[in-house]
Ligand binder design. Structure first.
Ligand SMILES: Cc1cc2nc3c(=O)[nH]c(=O)nc-3n(C[C@H](O)[C@H](O)[C@H](O)COP(=O)(O)O)c2cc1C
Length: 352
């Protein structure tokens, strides 16, 4: 545990997950850092200049170290062969007053600019999802002395990350909210779905670098149990979604408070990659259409306008309500300080 705290330069072995898509505001990242844990900017979909802007805002709010999360994959993609799915999505667009979808879709990758920004801004810690970062980018980060965390959903992926020189592995159990970090979703279309306890134990047996546990963690008791097992720390996503400092929109917050643990499902209808979300109308109707989602990130780009309208109109039924299986524990909005207190203080002690 001490090794992890030294590597991450934090007081507590708790990481706020990098969550792409506007959740990880500079206020969230900085407040987590000021509370002694590791805050992470979710930069997967950002370009270089918006990442630099966010980094500078965080720096104005804290002098503590913080991390940036990237997708270890090239997002460059284009597709013209999208009509069947576009017709299905146009049904939602008509129902919610959104312009009809385009005939072709293009996505641009910004990984290279973001790696430069990270090096220039002196970011000490980077975490990645969806694979092992390519050699050129990996070396640039390593030359800058950056500590690397890689998300893995299978012991084989953990070994690949370790072999590539990653310093810490995040074991992402099937309970986890948001996208599965699974490297090859052609081979595993639903992602690898190993329960957190089994995954942590297998990784502890098979790799030598510290293991951070992620998936469904909401309480101090869970953190204590995982640390007793041998995890060096924990990474939490869903627990921070109702934080007052997070960018979570109001309809999403209400859905998180209402949802129970059995209400999440694994789906690829939003992005083309398997991810855990609260079941809603969009998931049900697209799945029932029988039309296969396009591969990531094309499907993600195609559904973007609908999800954005869901936020604007306050309609949870057309949003990607990413959440882990622990969502049933969420009862209300809280400040980061309150969340951190609940994760670190023994509440039973105060009751005695
Ligand atoms: C809203 C949301 C967005 C996420 N986005 C990312 C991301 O951009 N990059 C990443 O590595 N993990 C992402 N994750 C997954 C987290 O890294 C982590 O594995 C997960 O949140 C742990 O499970 P929990 O949500 O039950 O705590 C996301 C999770 C959520 C809930």
């Amino acid at each position: 545990m001490g090794i992890l705290l030294d590597q991450l330069q934090v007081e507590r072995p708790i990481i706020q997950a990098g969550m792409a898509g506007g959740i990880t505001t500079p206020e969230l990242v900085a407040t987590v850092a000021n509370e002694g844990a590791l805050g992470t900017i979710g930069a997967g979909y950002m370009d270089g200049s918006s990442l630099r802007e966010d980094i500078r805002k965080v720096k104005q709010l804290t002098d503590k170290p913080f991390a940036v999360n990237l997708f270890a994959t090239n997002l460059d993609a284009s597709s013209a062969d999208i009509q069947p799915m576009q017709r299905c999505l146009d049904g939602f667009r008509e129902a919610f007053g959104i312009d009809a979808g385009e005939h072709a879709v293009q996505v641009k990758d910004h990984l290279d600019e973001k790696i430069s920004v990270i090096a220039e801004e002196g970011i000490p810690i980077v975490s990645t999802a969806f694979g092992v970062l390519d050699n050129v980018h990996l070396e640039r980060l390593q030359e800058n002395g950056i500590t690397l965390l890689g998300m893995a959903t299978h012991p084989d992926e953990a070994r690949q990350l370790e072999d590539a020189g990653y310093d810490i592995i995040v074991a992402q159990g099937t309970e986890a909210g948001g996208h599965r970090g699974t490297f090859d979703v052609v081979q595993a279309p639903d992602g690898n779905n190993i329960g957190l306890h089994v995954l942590v134990q297998e990784m502890l047996d098979q790799v030598d670098v510290p293991i951070v546990a992620a998936g469904g963690i909401h309480t101090k008791n869970q953190i204590d149990a995982l640390m007793i097992m041998g995890a060096a720390g924990v990474q939490l996503g869903t627990r921070f979604l109702p934080a007052k400092e997070a960018g979570t929109n109001a309809a999403y917050r209400r859905a998180l408070i209402q949802a129970r643990s059995g209400d999440t499902v694994m789906t690829n209808v939003f992005s083309g990659r398997p991810a855990r979300a609260i079941r809603n109308r969009f998931i049900q109707e697209v799945e029932n259409s029988g039309i296969d989602p396009l591969p990531f990130p094309i499907q993600n780009q195609m559904t973007k306008d609908i999800r954005a309208a869901g936020k604007r109109l306050g309609r949870p039924e057309i949003q990607s309500l990413w959440a882990g299986q622990g969502v049933g524990a969420i009862e209300r909005e809280e400040s980061v300080a309150e969340i951190m207190r609940s994760l670190t203080q023994d509440e039973r002690a105060s009751e005695r």
